[in-house]
Unconditional design. Structure first.
Length: 230
């Protein structure tokens, strides 16, 4: 292969990966926000038409999202949006409590002024959105705030672990946001206040209580869904 052909191949490969990443991100967002409902069948042709791409990047995106737990394949031709079980939720919240409890405690001891400004800005925006009833943007702001706290911990490992579960956190939060909005952002304010005070023990304790409250409501939603046959 000559150099020109090799360069062209690398460009095509990079472009292909970029398109797959775009489709994966859009498909994940549509699942997290509920535009694609739990249990809904995902067909390559319909998704390709919706996203204006060929079936190839859609097929790869579905494969990647199956690995992340957002898509379930029951046969080579049948893929659906995953229906999360109670055990799935328990596992996620257990990991969240470990990772985010440590992150909050470390943030209280290590947060830099610049990172604290970001945390306060996200908190203020979330509180304003709650006051205005702009519920649809809260799942992303919720994730942004929790990630900002993980960043403030100055722990690459904790941040990496948070990033691995952040999309699932948004997914669960989106499911309960109408019932959880006011209480969760009040709890966020308490956590941030403890971080500002440099109280590591209180920051961790409040974060654990915050996650436990979300877990209880998520479990209630799952039980209601089971009763409704969803």
């Amino acid at each position: 292969m000559n150099e020109g052909a090799a360069t062209s191949g690398r460009r095509t490969s990079r472009a292909g990966r970029s398109l797959v990443e775009q489709v994966t991100s859009q498909l994940r967002e549509d699942i997290v926000t509920g535009r694609l409902a739990v249990g809904e069948r995902l067909t390559e042709l319909r998704l390709a038409d919706a996203y204006g791409v060929s079936r190839v990047p859609v097929r790869e995106a579905l494969r990647l999202l199956e690995g992340e737990g957002f898509v379930t394949t029951t046969s080579p031709r049948i893929r659906t949006v995953t229906r999360m079980t109670r055990e799935d939720a328990e596992n996620l919240f257990e990991v969240r409590a470990t990772v985010e409890g440590l992150a909050a405690a470390r943030a209280a001891k290590r947060v830099a002024p610049a990172r604290l400004r970001v945390i306060r800005a996200i908190l203020a925006e979330g509180q304003d959105c709650v006051a205005r009833g702009e519920i649809e943007v809260l799942p992303q702001l919720n994730t942004d705030l929790h990630r900002a706290i993980a960043l403030a911990s100055e722990s690459t490992m904790l941040l990496g672990l948070f990033d691995q579960i952040s999309h699932k956190i948004s997914w669960f939060y989106a499911d309960v946001v109408t019932r959880r909005a006011h209480s969760s952002w009040h709890e966020h304010a308490q956590i941030v206040a403890a971080i500002v005070e440099g109280d590591a023990q209180l920051s961790r304790s409040l974060m654990l209580e915050h996650i436990a409250a979300s877990q209880r409501l998520t479990q209630d939603e799952q039980e209601d869904g089971a009763d409704d046959g969803r």
